[in-house]
Design a protein around this ligand. Structure first.
Ligand code: SF4
Length: 342
């Protein structure tokens, strides 16, 4: 039993020092991510988020965040969010002076190509991409020699130097449209072998592929798909076209990250799995709390190099500004703009 004098002392102490009310910073913002970020973690992140908001205002800056960024970036400081195509389009339209690319290096280069007069920052220079690293401008020159007259369609996941040697760019959203819009019987499509094979299955245009792979999507196997169906009866399986064709064949739908997101919003499957980078499910799930997302998790190590801390640092210091040799920028820009026009 509690001693009466102790009880009295406790009551006096409580009156003198009332328990502090714990407040959540940015409560409205937190509501968006509360299912993914515990309150104690949010209190730690809030300092960087507040600083980024302030710096964006001071520098007239915007943050472009790719679908594979974590929810603390995607749903809080990201001003423009989406897939590579959406980011490229919006990068061309923004009137901000500074663009911070919360994504990987080729995306920052694309933003710079479309905004040569603006400052484009990538928070970590090491944020690369296995597809972009799989091919060089010299490889393209050799391909042209080997297949004279065959147009080269280059996935945006490439360096500016590779884009500069290409006829037109594409993304996973518009690859089929671009290939067919050229009106030719054969195209070279690079560097993603699986994307090329998946598009080849949907068109009569003959596609010559390269041997590049996305290190995240190539990990999915047809066995994974069968296992998911067995373990989660009734699940709807959506696969990104960077997955191997045998995986796409086993899935219920295949499309870009934007197409997957639209599929979920429109068809509203009760249980769904997105065979793509891990954070994508977290980001889509925020808008659909009633849908069960099964999450086999393959993380992109390059995308995960971007953090709230280094976005803040980029805005504070102006690091790392993307520059592109003008001799490369002009033809690379033409290839991107041709895609946007098509
Ligand atoms: S997910 Fe794949 S394609 Fe996308 S940046 Fe990472 S390695 Fe490149």
């Amino acid at each position: 039993m509690l001693n009466l004098s102790i009880l009295k002392e406790m009551t006096m102490l409580q009156t003198a020092y009332p328990t502090p009310r714990i407040t959540t910073p940015f409560p409205e913002l937190y509501k968006r991510v509360e299912r993914h970020i515990p309150p104690f973690e949010w209190s730690i992140l809030a300092d960087d988020i507040a600083a980024i908001f302030k710096l964006k205002k001071e520098r007239n800056a915007v943050v472009l965040a790719h679908n594979y960024q974590t929810p603390d970036i995607f749903h809080t400081v990201g001003d423009i969010v989406g897939d590579s195509l959406a980011l490229a389009r919006e990068a061309a339209r923004t009137d901000a002076d500074v663009i911070v690319l919360a994504g990987v290096h080729f995306m920052a280069e694309t933003a710079k190509l479309l905004n040569p007069a603006k400052t484009v920052l990538i928070p970590d220079l090491e944020a690369g991409c296995s597809l972009a690293a799989s091919i060089t401008a010299d490889d393209i020159k050799l391909l042209r020699q080997r297949h004279p007259g065959v147009p080269i369609v280059t996935y945006v996941n490439t360096s500016a130097a590779v884009k500069a040697e290409s006829d037109v760019c594409c993304t996973s959203s518009n690859a089929k449209k671009i290939v067919e819009a050229l009106g030719v019987p054969r195209v070279i499509m690079l560097p993603d072998e699986y994307l090329a094979q998946n598009i080849a299955a949907q068109t009569s245009v003959k596609i010559i592929a390269w041997k590049g792979h996305c290190e995240v999507h190539e990990l999915f196997t047809p066995d994974d798909v069968r296992q998911l169906r067995e373990n989660h009866p009734g699940v709807t399986i959506l696969a990104h076209p960077e997955c191997p064709p045998e995986v796409v064949a086993e899935a219920d739908f295949s499309g870009s990250t934007a197409a997957m997101s639209d599929f979920v919003a429109q068809r509203r499957p009760p249980r769904v799995v997105l065979l793509t980078e891990c954070s994508m499910s977290d980001n889509v799930a925020v808008a659909h709390p009633d849908i069960e997302f099964i999450r086999p998790c393959n993380l992109c190590p390059h995308m995960k190099r971007i953090t709230l801390k280094n976005i803040r640092h980029a805005l504070e210091t102006g690091q790392h500004a993307v520059t592109i040799d003008p001799a490369i920028a002009a033809p690379a820009r033409r290839a991107v703009e041709r895609m946007l026009a098509l």
